[in-house]
Design a protein around this ligand. Sequence first.
Ligand code: AMP
Length: 437
Amino acid sequence: MSSVSSFADLGLAEPLLRALDQAGYKTPTPIQTQAIPEVLKGGDLLAAAQTGTGKTAGFTLPILQRLTDRPAPERKPGRPRALILTPTRELAAQVHDSVRTYGRHLSLKSMTIFGGVNMNPQIKALRGPMDIVVATPGRLLDHANQKTIDLSGIEILVLDEADRMLDMGFIRDIRRLIGLMPKQRQNLMFSATFSGEIRTLAATLLNKPAEVDVAPRNTAAETVRQTVHLVESSRKRELLSHLIRSNDWGQVLVFTRTKHGANRLAQKLTQDGVPSEAIHGNKSQAARTKALKQFKTGAVPVLVATDIAARGLDIDQLPQVVNFELPNVPEDYVHRIGRTGRAGSVGAALSLVDGEEMKLLKGIERLIQRPIERIETDGFATPKPAANDGNGQRRGGKPGGDARNGKPRQSRGGKPGGNRGGGQGRAAQGNRAARSR
Ligand code: AMP
């Protein structure tokens, strides 16, 4: 395998090679090198690969090729041949972009199906021929129940970010959907980790899968020094500037919840004398590429990103990640800090947490099953507990992570004590991620 140096060596056909060339991809990434030949062979696949590894092309390219190589036995309206399931609508849209990019010289039809938008355009699209559907499970099941989609022709099924789909409680929907598909089909499962639950799912779903593991990722908890700094939200930026300067951080990826927040923070940090760029979906591809390049070369030491924007970024092994705000979904925390401390290198992930975020912090600590060390900086007092008591509203998948092991004492680190909620003051801002299901 190590001698493979081009996409052509992997056995991809000319129209795909041309599309890759146009996309500017010269060399396959490790997941692509390993997964593409396996998928082309037609067998099942279990792959451990995170976002940023190039996994999307790793399954999209060979699927496009297989569908083209073997013309549809029966091409009926609303009866796709390949189905890619993703946990969020953002990811569905992103994967669909890849399908379109790599399939531009082929005549396959594709679409996305996800919730939160009107069903009618989806129904209309399903009245025509359809080869590839990229969908979130819930809305797809609605279509299946209404018989606006026919899954009896599925030849290839992909579960992308299967670990997240499990965390978000999609397993029953997925099993129902699978019940509507033919038994004879190719199954591909991608997951950031091979947890026990993933193994169990794989055992029931996959048939003698080839296994590919590109980033034998220790649990982030072991290779990443995770810390929490409690600080009032109004002082977060000042603290961040101070930390970047006093620690001489040369490359730091900072996460915010919103695009607007990312822009504002990058601007303010730059004004503070810390050159920063923001990267998010509203920016043109050219602007994003430029910002990324400046960050990678070290010209700009700080990149501020939203979760969604960061998902498509080809950067990892960063020395330092900062959560300027905690994500609403605890799993996103794990994804964020996975950007650092890979492959044996030691990384650091610092979260700036205000009183309102204590509840989110506890959810994260429950998920990773350990308390996160608190640190302090002279001159930056810890915040007072949030005045409100939360409103019981919980978003973001399996509520509060996994409470099974019942170790509540782990939250002892919560300096502000007594905070029994809060954290939802800005729920409205972050609900997009949850709604996308
Ligand atoms: P993914 O892990 O699939 O989300 O891909 C991460 C990013 O890498 C995406 O922005 C892709 O466009 C990009 N990418 C995928 N494959 C390659 C490649 N072979 N060379 C350069 N960039 C790639």
